[in-house]
Structures are given as C-alpha cells and as structure tokens.
Design a protein around this ligand. Structure first.
Ligand code: MF3
Ligand code: CO
Length: 272
C-alpha cells in the first residue's frame, strides 16, 4: 500500500533528507587516503546525533553500524572496517536518519584520488541516470517509467550492468514503504505514482556485468566479476509536472570540489 504524504509531512521529510545531505557534505571534507571507513561511520553517528536525529540503519535487522560504506567492487551494504581508504578507491556512503519521526535515506559515491577515466565516467553516468529517473517521477507516470529511464541510460547507452537484486523504495515513517523502485524495467509498467508519494530512487550500476553476490556476513553485496560499482540515491516527492528532490547534492558537491583529495568528473571541452 502506498502511503501519500501531506505537504506538511513532506516538509518534515525534506528536513530529514537535508540532514543526510549535510552529513554527507561534512564527511566529504574529511575523505582522503588513510582514513578508515569505521572512523567515517563514527563521524556520521556523531553528526546525526548532534543534529537531534538518530541513524536509522543502526539496529535495522541487526545491522551494527550508522551507515553503509561500500568500497570499489562492493555494490551496497558495505560494513565499516578498520581498513584505510587508498588512492584510487571509490567509496559509496549511504546514510539513513530519523528526524522527528521521518526518515531520510540517501547516498553518494566519491573518488579518493584518481580511479581512472572509465571509473570516473561510471560515477558521472550513474549520477546522470539518477536525474533521468527523477525526471519521470511525476504524478500520473508509473514506477516503470523511472526504471526504464535509468536502464536506458546506463545499460543501453553505456553498456554498464544494472543490479537487479536491489531496488529503491517508498520512504516515510518507515525506511522501506511501497512501492519498490527497480532500476530496470518496462516503460508504462508498475504502480501509478500519485502526488505526495515519496521515493528513494537509487541506481546501483556496475562497470562490468550486472551479477552480484552477498558475502557470508549477510550484508556486503559485491560484483561477481570484481569490477567497481557506483551507487547514488536521492529522496524525491512526486508532484504534478515536476519531481521535488528533497535531498540536496549541492552541499556535497561543493565540499567534494573543495577537497583536493577527491576527484570530480569534468567533461573536457575540445580546445578552440
Ligand atoms: N539505504 C539502504 C536501503 O535503502 C540501506 C538499508 S540497509 C541497513 O535499503 F541495514 F543498513 F539499514
Ligand atoms: Co534506500
């Protein structure tokens, strides 16, 4: 059952989503080779609690950390560890909070130093595909329209692997509400979206093949071919005409650009 939110409730959810954005931008300032993912997770827990919220992943189905930190071939649900980030790693940081009873849940992938051009392009195109999906997140469209847009851009256009086993979701007083939001599918299929529906849209895109597996720890999802995977996630409210993105990457992108230890993708303009 889809739970539609009133405008007032959506404004509460915007605060939750923005707290995740602010947490990610705070973390972006500290990212560099040598930092452990466990220390990042601790910073996340502290920042969220300092802002009168609680990390929603902690204790979710026995999960023991504040965040999921997924490095290189880890697709999602990476467990924070004492391992240090290295030059050339890519790291997806996924954070959930509960603020005043409402969930925010989103993610961003960073490059620590230079992971190489093909990986930087994967990061860029995955982010582009998220916005292509979001363009379709309007009242009257179906969930499959979002899915189709993401798959078209990543799989058809660029030949990347779209993860099938994990999907986006509705968001509200619960972290996971109906409907499921796959990143692959047919245009015009799936549930029809109505005003006030809030979705977490989250393409998980592999440089190589689409197949993934879950490690013995029951959480860590990796690509089968060992190639890197990228994850971006936004919280979006369905409106008539234009999707309303509740989370905000602008803080994160500013912090990313200001941090000399992080690589960002620039499309090189031909000279002259
Ligand atoms: N953001 C993820 C999701 O949308 C994370 C949940 S897994 C958790 O499902 F256990 F870490 F919470
Ligand atoms: Co999510």
């Amino acid at each position: 059952m889809m739970i539609l939110k009133t405008n007032e409730q959506v404004e509460m959810m915007r605060q939750s989503a923005l707290l995740v954005s602010k947490t990610l931008s705070e973390i972006a300032k500290h990212l560099k080779a040598g930092v452990t993912t466990l220390s990042i997770d601790k910073m996340i827990g502290q920042f969220v609690r300092d802002h009168h919220a609680v990390p929603s992943f902690l204790n979710y189905r026995g999960y023991r950390f504040n965040s999921c930190i997924s490095v290189n071939d880890v697709v999602v649900h990476g467990l924070p560890t004492q391992n240090e980030l290295k030059e050339g790693d890519i790291v997806s940081i996924d954070i959930g909070v509960i603020l005043n009873g409402w969930h925010g849940d989103h993610a961003y992938t960073f490059a620590i130093g230079d992971p190489g051009e093909d990986v930087m392009k994967l990061i860029h195109e995955t982010k582009v595909s998220l916005y292509k999906g979001i363009e379709k997140a309007v009242a009257g469209n179906r969930v499959g329209d979002i899915a189709f847009a993401i798959q078209e851009h990543t799989e058809k256009k660029h030949g990347y692997g779209v993860v099938r086993e994990l999907v986006g979701h509705g968001l509200g007083k619960n972290m996971h509400e109906d409907p499921q939001v796959p990143n692959y599918g047919k245009r015009g299929s799936g549930p029809k979206m109505k005003e006030g529906l809030v979705l977490a849209i989250e393409p998980m895109i592999n440089l190589g093949k689409k197949e993934v597996f879950t490690e013995e720890d029951g959480w860590t999802v990796r690509t089968k071919d060992g190639k890197p995977s990228v994850h971006f996630e936004h919280d979006v409210c369905i409106r008539k005409g234009k999707a309303d993105i509740l989370s905000d990457y602008s803080f994160i992108e500013q912090a990313e650009a200001a941090n000399q230890n992080l690589f960002t993708y620039h499309i090189l303009q031909p000279a002259g």
